[in-house]
Structures are given as structure tokens and as C-alpha cells.
Design a protein around this ligand. Sequence first.
Ligand code: F6P
Length: 491
Amino acid sequence: MASPLILVSNRGPVTFQPGGEVKRGTGGLVTALIGLATHRDVTWIASAMTPEDADTASRHGGRAFPVRAPGGGEYMVKLVASDPQAYERFYNITANPMLWFIQHYLWDLSNAPDIRRNETEAFEFGYNVVNEDLARAVLEEIEGLEHPVVMSHDYHLYTLPALVRQARPDAFLHHFVHIPWSQSDSWRVLPSMIREELYHGILANDIIGFHTRHYRSNFLQCCDDLLGLEVDYGRGAVQLEDREVWVRHYPLPIDARAVQEVARRERTLAFEEELLRRRREFMILRVDRADLSKNVLRGFNAFDLFLEQHPEFRERVSFIAQLMPSRTDVPEYTEYLERIEAVVAVVNHRHGSPDWMPIQLKLRDDLEEAVAAYKHYDVLMVNAMFDGMNLVAKEGPMVNERAGVSILSENTGAHEELGEYALSVNPFDIQELSDSIHAALTMPLAERRERLEGLRRVITSRDPGDWIDEQLGDIAGKDGLTRGVVQAREA
Ligand code: F6P
């Protein structure tokens, strides 16, 4: 009999707000998994992230309940409430900033991090506790199922697979990491005991997936360098005593039709009208979470330099930055937001005039507003220092109507696919970024069109269904077992 596929991630597809409002979870992970959940028989286990999530979970007696997908269809969600203090240590100390900063090379090592009891205890009594809670929920869900398949996601859940493996050696465990896998020395920040526990945890999987070939090879190198394991770089395999772990890359596509549907919504059209009323001759756009990895400050500094070196563009170009505040309980993130606001004030003061504000900062998460801006940018700036994939780089070109040019950091996962048709930049090179703004704004229309068409060709060459099928295909290939879940085709 076919059994549901078990997905497990920290952030779930919905969060419940005070007053009963239900919000869709944000970010690339949620977008990817909603695609999967709507096409397969899925139970999605996630952390209860708000007090209202915890109430909803307890109203359902801790069991899975049905949730309607925005594009139709229904899937089951099980929200797991952890002890609030443990969750706070898990999310705000170990996952962010510690692991996130390691995997995006964000630590300024001569200053931070200091590893003290605060950090080691956050791992032991925070990270591990939440992983145990979610592992318990997985085990409950797969009880009685023959040969279940569990797909866990991201850097929040590295120790969970070992817990599931121990209790259910017959389960097939697959893990997808949505962020970069950094090179081995970056991991030496962690005390060796913590590092070994994390690697032991993730290596309990049968298959580990990444967005790019590069992260895959970094992971293999880490297993070799840090753990002395036998690694087959060609086949992408790590040999453990009794089993082999496959390491693969599956670049995440976007659902192009879904973005086009948002572009047609009434609310999007209203934002568009307003935008067109106020627009200058040229528009540069960025849409990001306000995350240090996104390199927002260098983006503004490059714009500052551009205006200084090309005064003929003054009053003719605006830079719209739609940034969604994120992880605001982590001091590094609140400080970053303050620095963003300060740099914007300086650039606007330096170059602005009474009726022209060079940078418009919009600190909010509004999909329709972002998509309205996607339609009309001349330049899309994606200059992340390091970024697992970056879906903005894929969404923008799908709906842009001005033959807009993409400036794309060579350190984003998306660059492995889109680099050929974008203006590639080294995200640390402010002069290069400024020159790219100039190149984009002065590029002949024919070249802009050609590049945009090239981007669209690559972006639409695979869809989220392919991403899922590639992974399920590998599960079937490695396993040799006919697991019901793998056979279940799209409805
Ligand atoms: O893969 C990284 C990721 O999980 C993305 O899905 C998303 O952009 C971001 O992190 C969300 O972070 P958080 O769940 O902390 O808001």
C-alpha cells in the first residue's frame, strides 16, 4: 500500500497569527516543499513557531491536520511545539547565527564567534532538543508503515536523521540542504564534539542533496578532511562502515506559472499602477530578506559610487530595495538593519534632491508588491556574498517587461545555471558592481532581450515537478526497494 511521504522542516507551510490569521510560511524552502506537498501524498512535520501555532497543534491533539494549498489541493501538516526556551536557543543561537554564519562564511573570525557555555549549551539543550522533538513526531508518523521515506530539510535538522535511523533502520532517509555547504576549515569554528555530532547526524541519511555541484563537492571534501572518511568524488558517495551515503545536487527550479499568476492579480496591478506613476527613467531593484549574506550594504555603496562616477544618471534612476526583516531576535540581524538604514540615509543625503530620493527602502514582506516591481526593473541586483540558490534571480526574469538585465553574484547557487546570461559580479568588488550597473543601463536593447530570453529558457527548462522526480528517482535507484511512496505519481 502507498504510504505518505514524510517531510520534516523547521519552518512549515503555514503559521497561525494572533487573531486567527493564517500566513503562508516564507522562503525558498517553503516554496519548494509546497510544490511537493501539492503533488504527492505528503505529511509535513514542522516546528510550531508562534504561540498560535502551538495552540493549533494542541487543538489537534498533536496530530496532523489538513491544510489547503494556495494553488488547490490539500495536504497534512503536523506542528510540533518544543519547550520555548529550548526553541529560542535552537533558532536564535545554534541555527542562526552559528550554523547559518558558518555556511555563508559570515563570521568575522578575529571578533566572533566566542564559544562559551552559552553556545555549547544552546546546542545540547536547544538544537538537540528540537531535533529530538521533531524526530519523535516523525517516528510516531511512520509507526506501522513498511519502508517509510522521510525527507528532512536544511541546517536546522542535522541531528534528526541519526535519531530516526537508530529507531527505524528500515526507513529511507533523504536530506536536502537549502543553503551552501561551506569548505572544511569554516567548520573548525565549532568544538569538535559538536561538529562530529552534526556530521554523524546528517550522514545517517541515505541521500544528501544540495542545490549545486559546488556544495556537493564541498560536502565530500569535508567528510574527507574533517572525518577522514572514504569518499568517492566522481560518484558522489561517502563510505561508512556498513553503508554508503549518496551525495547529489538538484538545483531548485521555480514554478514559473505561479509567479505569472501573481503578476496578474488585482493587488499586483494596483501596486504596478502606483509604481509606474512615480517611476523615473530607470529602475534598479533588489528583493531580499534583510540577511547579512545578501550583501545589501555593498549594493548601496556600489550605487553610491555609480552616481558619483556617472552624474549624468542623477535624477534619472531610482533604486528600489524591498527587504523583509528577518530573525529579528538575533542581535547581528537587528544591527544589520540599522546599518542598512544608515547607509540609505547617507546615499540619499549625498545625491538626492528635493524631489528625487535615489534609494527607496521598503522594509516589508509583500509578494504582490515585489512582483509588481519585478515587471518593471531595468536592472535586477542579486549580489549576495553567498546564497544557496536565490529564487529572486529566477522569479524576476519570468515576469519582467522591460528587457531588464540581471546582475548576479558568482557566489549564488543560481549562478551555476544562469551565469551565462547575467552580468556576473564578484560580490565584494564594489567597483565591478558599479560598472555593471552602468553596463546594464547602457546596454543595447537587442542584447538585453537576448539575455532575458536566455535566462527564461534556462529557468523554464525544469520545473518543481522535475526537482521532486529527480530526488524520488534517486531514492528508488539507491534503494532497490519498491516503496509505495516513490511510485505514487502526481494526481
Ligand atoms: O534555505 C534557507 C531558508 O530556509 C530559505 O528557505 C529561506 O530563505 C530562509 O532560510 C528562511 O529562514 P527563516 O526560516 O529563518 O525565516
